[in-house]
Design a protein around this ligand. Structure first.
Ligand SMILES: Nc1ncnc2c1ncn2[C@@H]1O[C@H](COP(=O)(O)OP(=O)(O)O)[C@@H](O)[C@H]1O
Ligand SMILES: [Mg+2]
Length: 340
């Protein structure tokens, strides 16, 4: 019957909200071209948190800016809710744009120091929604409440707040657009460690209560483990590994992922056989290495790796890796051997 096929598809697939296909961005600088994003593809489902991780300069923020249409990409497509963002009429584009919202890394730089909090949070409401002044005030109070601030904060200026509070204000401002996807670009990197956990908890609560999707950008894998359903690991503009966070953290496939994980404190180090720590610097994007860009820092690199660039290959359900000597092949999961 017709219904059967329909039902069969439903259970494990939440619907795709964002689909990025072969995104490319090269910056032209005085010193040469920088291929900041090189053929990156990924999807985010409704209500899902996907983390984008990698060292500074690997292209994370460039992806965020391209998704928000704050920079023009050189190639590829961004499809949001089934619509190609480049093919929308100006009116559709406006409506679509407010469904994606961002919280930037630095709440000291991202809040206008001359605006009262009422206006910081009220501005997006004014531009995106045709509501009365009174309704707007009520919404502002509501968003501030949802991030743990009170109406008494409305007439204050950003400098009167701590870093953690400022980031809460930035989150309230992002929520004011009523987005479906929130891009969080290193949202806790500028905060004290003690405050980081509070902000992350707030974000998780908001996601559950509002059914938001998150693109969580970070170079800090410790926070990724507690917030993300899936993780995309980037190196020099490319995704080198992707998979469910729990699986990637338990058994990283790419030597780079492994090195990143080995550089964070873990409860039981005996669980992981040690690999060489991540040595060396990120290579200059102006002059990237030949073959696999990670080869100069990789303990497993062979002559093949220096000459040929690996592509991102599927190595399991929802799991892909771009490496000729990936760690899953040499240390297979015993359960996968049993199941054949
Ligand atoms: N506006 C720009 N002009 C030239 N190069 C840029 C610009 N923005 C970023 N880059 C370069 O592009 C690369 C990726 O940067 P970015 O996306 O900010 O990485 P990340 O957010 O992962 O630190 C880096 O090499 C960076 O120096
Ligand atoms: Mg960045």
């Amino acid at each position: 019957m017709l219904d059967v096929a329909k039902q069969a598809r439903v259970p494990d697939s939440r619907s795709t909200l964002l689909s990025v296909e072969d995104l490319q961005k090269t910056y032209k600088t005085r010193h040469g071209s920088i291929r900041a994003v090189d053929n990156v593809s990924f999807e985010i489902s409704e209500g899902e948190t996907v983390a984008l991780v990698g060292e500074s300069g690997c292209g994370k923020s460039t992806i965020a800016l391209a998704l928000l249409r704050l920079i023009d990409q050189d190639g590829g497509r961004v499809v949001f809710d089934g619509k190609d963002l480049d093919l929308l009429s100006p009116r559709e584009a406006n409506a679509m744009r407010r469904q994606l919202s961002i919280v930037f890394q630095n709440p000291y730089a991202s809040l206008n120091p001359r605006m009262r909090i009422r206006d910081v949070v009220g501005e997006p409401i004014r531009t995106a929604f045709d509501v009365s002044r009174r309704e707007r005030e009520e919404r502002i109070a509501g968003y501030l409440r949802s991030v743990g601030l009170g109406p008494e904060h409305m007439s204050r200026f950003p400098h009167e707040f701590s870093g953690g509070q400022r980031q809460r204000i930035a989150v309230a401002r992002a929520l004011a657009l009523e987005p479906r996807l929130l891009i969080l670009d290193e949202p806790t990197a500028a905060l004290d460690v003690s405050v980081q956990a509070q902000v992350l908890n707030l974000l998780r609560e908001l996601q559950t209560s509002r059914g938001l999707s998150f693109l969580y950008i970070s170079h800090d894998l410790a926070t990724v483990e507690c917030i993300a359903d899936r993780v995309l690991v980037m190196y020099l503009g490319r995704i080198v590994e992707a998979g469910r966070t729990s699986e990637v953290f338990a058994r990283p496939a790419h030597p780079y992922t492994r090195a990143l994980l080995d550089s964070i404190p873990i409860p039981d180090p005996a669980q992981r056989e040690r690999l060489k720590p991540l040595g060396g610097e990120v290579p200059s994007p102006l002059n990237p290495p030949s073959g696999c860009a990670f080869h100069p820092r990789c303990g497993r690199a062979t002559a093949h790796c220096t000459g040929t660039s690996p592509s991102l290959e599927l190595v399991g359900k929802g799991r892909s890796v771009s490496c000729f000597h990936n760690l899953l092949e040499t240390s297979p999961d015993p359960t996968s051997l049993i199941s054949g």
